[in-house]
Design a protein around this ligand. Structure first.
Ligand SMILES: C[S@@+](CC[C@H](N)C(=O)[O-])C[C@H]1O[C@@H](n2cnc3c(N)ncnc32)[C@H](O)[C@@H]1O
Ligand SMILES: [Zn+2]
Length: 258
């Protein structure tokens, strides 16, 4: 696992946005003396004051998330029989990550991070759930992905310089953010011109067409179910172009260029 300040991407101070430097057990801001603690190899950028519902749900799910009990079963239920066998291949293909610095927003257990890291120069995986991040760090190390950094960071407040990444991935999480337009604007900000975003989210179709199901997701996870045209409008209004979708049941794959 690489030192957070030794990838091609430098994290920035959550208080003053200056580049952070590495010190023992912390990232330190030379400009304003703010520190970001690093605990068990995971930098802890500030969490939102009002913690959204989903990270604590995912704390509890971390140990089973990648087992047949959870992600594979839910993915098939969401996408139906025609959805790609492995959702990650579609995202990686849309991004063209070879030799690139890539951000995996809401990386969870690093299911997608590890695949991105096979070809990328470096991958930063960020999430709010510490239990998911612990797994992500452990499994990236297990797989020899020494170009991965995982950090606790709010997707709505990315602590990176403008144009820091060539690609941004966001698997199964856009629907979970409390402020989706702010998150999309942040993703746009940290991408280089022509950089690409690609990911997956929930569409109001197939098994999620029923308003009662959508209501249940909102109440339990704070999750939003997208109408495809509304997501297209949001991406275009945020400055993205070449917006593309593939939908299988309620699984909506999206990609766009800055
Ligand atoms: C369904 S998991 C997706 C994990 C991974 N991307 C994948 O494809 O398997 C959703 C993740 O979003 C994270 N999350 C929710 N709100 C977040 C936020 N505001 N900032 C960062 N991560 C967030 C949760 O903690 C959880 O790990
Ligand atoms: Zn600072």
């Amino acid at each position: 696992m690489v030192d957070p300040t030794q990838t091609g991407v430098t994290p920035t101070c959550p208080a003053c946005e200056a580049p952070l430097a590495s010190r023992a057990d912390a990232l330190h801001c030379p400009a304003c003396s703010e520190t970001v603690p690093v605990v068990d190899g995971i930098p802890r950028f500030p969490a939102p004051v009002e913690q959204p519902a989903s990270p604590s749900v995912f704390d509890a799910l971390a140990s089973i998330y990648e087992t047949p009990l959870w992600f594979p079963a839910l993915y098939r239920l969401t996408g139906g029989p025609r959805a790609p066998i492995d959702d990650r291949a579609t995202i990686v293909e849309a991004l063209d990550v070879a030799g690139a610095d890539v951000l995996d927003v809401a990386c969870g257990t690093g299911r997608l991070t590890r695949v991105l890291a096979a070809d990328a120069a470096a991958v930063w995986g960020i999430d709010l759930s510490l239990e998911m991040l612990r797994r992500a760090r452990r499994d990236a190390t297990r797989d020899g992905r020494d170009n991965v950094v995982v950090a606790r960071m709010n997707a709505e407040e990315l602590c990176f310089e403008d144009e820091a990444f060539e690609g941004v991935a966001c698997g199964w999480a856009l629907h979970l953010f409390a402020d989706i337009p702010t998150t999309v604007a942040e993703i746009h900000r940290v991408l280089v011109p022509d950089g690409r975003v690609a990911g997956t989210t929930l569409s109001a179709d197939g098994p999620l067409a029923l308003p009662a199901t959508q209501y249940g997701l909102k109440q339990t996870l704070g999750a939003h179910v997208f109408e495809r045209e509304a997501l297209r409008d949001l991406l275009l209004e945020s400055g993205f172009r070449r917006v593309q979708f593939e939908r299988y049941g309620a699984a909506l794959f999206f990609s766009a260029a800055k």
